[in-house]
Design a protein. Structure first.
Length: 468
């Protein structure tokens, strides 16, 4: 329905579009060469179609973003907002003949306020750059996706991303206090607040978080910060089965412990990381569980969790001796997805989230699916919050293997829903999971979401063909 309302301008590259965009943008901010614009067609997801943009624009100011949206509205040209294109659902993929709005040049940290514990940033700020900047003020920005060295805050907001620390600190949505958003027609709207509390009106800020650029263009964000915690210490526990590792997770959470991190890597993932980076992880293990605490004295917590792991059947429990050893273990976990990609050259990375109590069933089910389709499927997980990342490894040049990869991916999502979970915990819907979103939320939910989209984007020009 939305796509049918878009009427692209005739021959926009050589006609009115390029001239209109240049009228309000610096010359170097408008790219029209098809050989150049083609490089902006995709994010990192497999099996997601993409078109060739008619133009790529790289604004530096809010006014320039507004100009782009006014032109797009007048000419009925779709606009696809992009950050670093590290997404895994096709949410930043170009539509044919669209304007790609790349926000990477809007990369300034505008304010860090230790009293209010907020940071004000532009959308192109890289997550790791913000984390390091606030650390100098004794503060902490917790959301830390595995791609934190390259992904941008705007992209994190668009997909409501998570990270390794979610079990204790929560996801991006819990740290976005306010936004400045350029709407489809070019108007600028501010949502939310910068105060510690505030309940004035509908919570439009939360509405934009996770909307994948389909409702407006985030051009500024007010983010909540926390005091910088002590350096965390990590414990590694080896298990003879994934079921035992999941039992340990349940025991830890039932025991009231609040780890700063609780991550799981299966045997396939451990072997892939060793092959990729020679990390020296124990390849004899069926599952490796990493638990961390960032309390002033983590030793008692680590000892208690270690005992629970042993009670669940851990074959070995090894606490890190210092922060450096802890960081090495965390680096191994962060390399998981990259290492699995190296196994066959291409991956489909799922992010099905299930209740913690069903985590063991999820792992067992993924193992059955891998055997059924004769594929290598590695699994790492933010075990503390039930967010699993089954990663299907396949050869994209092999048509039959590619078909099996896609079918196995769908079965994994179906399994997640059967276990009371959700099709995406932090990567978003994008193109990859549109059909599955409809299954999860049902026809009434889908109707309401489309109605919201209609209010903010009546012409359907913002990131069309994504989410639903």
């Amino acid at each position: 329905m939305i796509m049918s309302r878009i009427q692209a301008a005739p021959d926009p590259v050589h006609g009115d579009l390029g001239d209109r965009l240049r009228a309000g943008l610096p010359a170097d901010a408008v790219l029209l060469d098809p050989d150049v614009t083609a490089a902006y067609a995709n994010d990192m997801a497999s099996f997601c179609p993409a078109g060739i943009p008619a133009a790529v624009v790289l604004p530096r100011t809010v006014a320039e973003v507004q100009h782009v949206m006014r032109v797009a509205t007048e000419l009925r040209v779709p606009v696809v907002p992009q950050g670093a294109r590290t997404g895994l659902s096709g949410g930043a993929n170009a539509s044919e003949g669209c304007v790609v709005l790349s926000l990477t040049r809007m990369n300034h940290i505008l304010e860090i306020n230790p009293v209010d514990r907020v940071a004000v940033v532009e959308p192109g700020v890289v997550n790791a750059a913000l984390s390091r900047a606030v650390e100098e003020h004794g503060l902490y920005y917790p959301p830390d996706p595995s791609s934190w060295e390259t992904c941008t805050i705007g992209g994190n907001i668009g997909t409501a991303s998570g990270g390794l620390c979610c079990v204790k600190y929560g996801v991006t949505a819990e740290y976005v206090l306010g936004l400045d958003v350029v709407l489809a027609d070019g108007r600028l709207m501010s949502t939310g607040r910068r105060t510690a509390k505030g309940v004035a009106g509908y919570d439009l800020t939360r509405l934009f978080v996770g909307s994948e650029g389909s409702l407006g263009i985030v051009v500024r964000a007010v983010l909540a910060l926390r005091p910088k915690p002590p350096r965390q210490l990590v414990l590694a526990a080896e298990f003879a089965s994934a079921a035992d590792a999941c039992d340990a997770v349940c025991r830890i959470m039932t025991g009231g412990h609040v780890p700063s991190l609780l991550e799981l890597m299966d045997r396939t993932t451990v072997k892939a990381v060793n092959a990729f980076a020679n990390m020296g992880l124990p390849e004899t293990t069926e599952a490796l569980l990493l638990a961390a605490f960032d309390t002033p004295d983590p030793a008692p917590d680590l000892a208690a969790v270690g005992a629970l792991c042993e009670a669940a059947g851990a074959t070995q429990v090894v606490p890190a001796e210092d922060a450096a050893e802890s960081e090495l273990l965390l680096q191994a976990r962060r390399l998981s997805l990259t290492a699995l990609e190296a196994v066959k050259g291409t991956t489909m990375i799922d992010d099905v989230c299930v209740p913690r109590s069903r985590l063991g069933e999820m792992l067992e089910g993924v193992e059955r699916i891998a055997a059924k389709y004769g594929l290598t499927i590695g699994l790492c997980a933010h075990a503390g919050d039930g967010n699993t990342h089954p990663t299907v490894c396949f050869d994209a040049q092999d048509a039959d293997e590619s078909r099996r990869a896609r079918e196995s991916f769908d079965e994994i999502m179906a399994l997640g829903l059967e276990l009371g979970g959700t099709i995406t915990g932090e990567h978003g819907v994008g193109v990859l999971k549109k059909e599955w979103l409809a299954r999860e939320i049902g026809p009434v939910g889908l109707e309401m979401q489309r109605a919201v989209k209609q209010v903010f984007d009546p012409l359907g020009i913002l990131n069309p063909g994504k989410v639903f």
